[in-house]
Design a protein around this ligand. Structure first.
Ligand code: PLP
Length: 417
């Protein structure tokens, strides 16, 4: 043991630059040196306008600026402002409210919701099941809370949901742990843009139901991480799965991690919620009591002004319509950008993961870091290298540049092959 260490051994972490942060800094520097036009900066995970400025929805920030000082300065209630908790149920489910006992607890962003699900629905030392392509902080949050993640293979050979891998991992963990928290980031999955289809959800529900009926002592908890939901599908089609994922045995619990970061462009205001669709009143009450206690024991309470803004927008018909019209307009912009990328990818024969919706498109490949560095040095094109490939971000790149990017990536992949 290093005798100079003051941190307890299980909390010792490596220092170092986050690789995404590092490449994002390089992109910023290049833009400062040569201007934005010749640069493709696909490192940012936020919605940017065509000139590269952060999008902040007008309906959100005019409401926020209209708050009284006391609505900004005061504490929120521990579980969240009551008017926020009512409104966030609509923001999460809209017109696809599933049958069941629904409760919500405010959290600082979707991150806080994922934290509470891991801390309260998996046991110390247990493994939480996530997709092999996944948002890296799942691992961080699990470790921080003395859990680990286990992955299943998201795609089958045709680029659809890999039931064989998912079901075998679920059963293996259930045999061992008797409970599993399974996090499914859908729709508009980060980093691939995959949506689990309604038919795939029906098959999943059949699997959960059969497994839960055969083993009443097992606990199956499904956390749907819907961080990007308002940038998926058309109309409310992206929420249809919510009514499918209900009516299961009492030992299956669907949870939802709602994030206002992307849906309301409130990244820094730290606002979100964890919601349950419980099969019984007791399970819903247990959820509410436990997650409220977790709020008190971690961050105490959330950002009052952000909660008040969401509540005012959702509860006022005119404001809500204005807000939803802005969301739709940006979703359409994002869909146009992604289409430009995917059409160009097809033309140059660049293979991507199945993309259906959302902020990111992934390209499975080898030599990821070399390709990232080559594109940055030689082509003024900044892209994120992940464990299994490269991540392009149509959320941050205009349509014209989205159309140019695939040929550059393909050329680089071929050069390093
Ligand atoms: C897949 C996924 N889930 C959850 C979150 C949580 O975001 P926040 O805590 O900002 O709401 C993010 C943010 O990037 C994400 O990509």
């Amino acid at each position: 043991m290093n005798s100079n260490r003051m941190v307890i051994p299980s909390s010792v972490r490596e220092a170092g630059n986050d690789p995404i942060f590092h490449i994002a800094e390089l992109a910023k520097k290049r833009i400062a040196d040569i201007g934005a036009d010749p640069v493709i900066n696909s490192t940012i995970g936020s919605l940017m306008d065509d000139q590269g400025n952060l999008v902040a929805l007008k309906s959100v920030y005019s409401t926020f600026r209209g708050l009284k000082d006391s609505e900004i300065a005061g504490y929120a209630s521990i579980a969240g402002l009551p008017e926020f908790l009512n409104s966030v149920v609509y923001a999460c489910f809209k017109n696809h409210r599933p049958d069941g006992y629904i409760e919500a607890v405010a959290t600082p962003g979707g991150t806080g919701a994922v934290r509470h699900a891991i801390a309260n629905y998996s046991e110390y030392g247990d493994k939480v099941l996530v997709q092999d392509w996944h948002w890296a902080p799942y691992g961080t949050i699990a470790h921080e809370n003395r859990r680990e993640i286990e992955t299943f293979t998201l795609f089958d050979k045709d680029g659809n949901f890999n039931f064989e891998s998912y079901e075998s991992k679920m059963l293996e963990l259930l045999e061992k742990q008797k409970r599993v928290l399974s996090i499914l980031n859908t729709p508009a999955h980060n980093p691939t843009g995959y949506d689990i289809s309604d038919d795939e959800w029906k098959k999943l529900v059949a699997f959960y139901t059969k497994t839960a009926n055969e083993h009443p002592d097992w606990r199956i908890i499904i956390l749907c991480d819907i961080a990007y939901i308002d940038f998926a599908g058309k109309g409310e089609s992206a929420r249809e799965f919510m009514t499918i994922l209900s009516g299961m045995p009492e030992n299956v619990l669907p949870l939802y991690a709602y994030s206002a970061s992307k849906t309301m462009t409130m990244y820094g205001l730290r606002n979100g919620a964890l919601l349950c669709v419980a099969p019984t009143k007791e399970i819903a009450e247990e959820f509410k009591a436990t997650c409220s206690f977790s709020n008190r024991g971690t961050w105490s309470n959330g950002t009052r002004s952000a909660q008040a803004t969401l509540a005012k927008i959702i509860s006022n018909d005119d404001l809500r319509e204005e807000f939803e019209a802005e969301q739709i307009s940006w979703r359409e912009t994002l869909q146009k950008r992604a289409k430009a990328f995917m059409d160009a990818a097809k033309q140059v024969d660049l293979k991507t993961c199945t993309y259906r919706d959302g902020f990111f498109i992934s390209i499975p490949c080898e030599h990821r870091e070399e390709i990232r560095d080559y594109l940055a040095d030689k082509k003024n094109f900044f892209i994120v290298a992940l464990q299994k490939g490269l991540r392009f971000a149509p959320c941050a790149v205009n349509e014209e540049k989205c159309g140019k990017a695939p040929a550059l990536i393909k050329e680089a992949i071929d050069a390093f092959d």
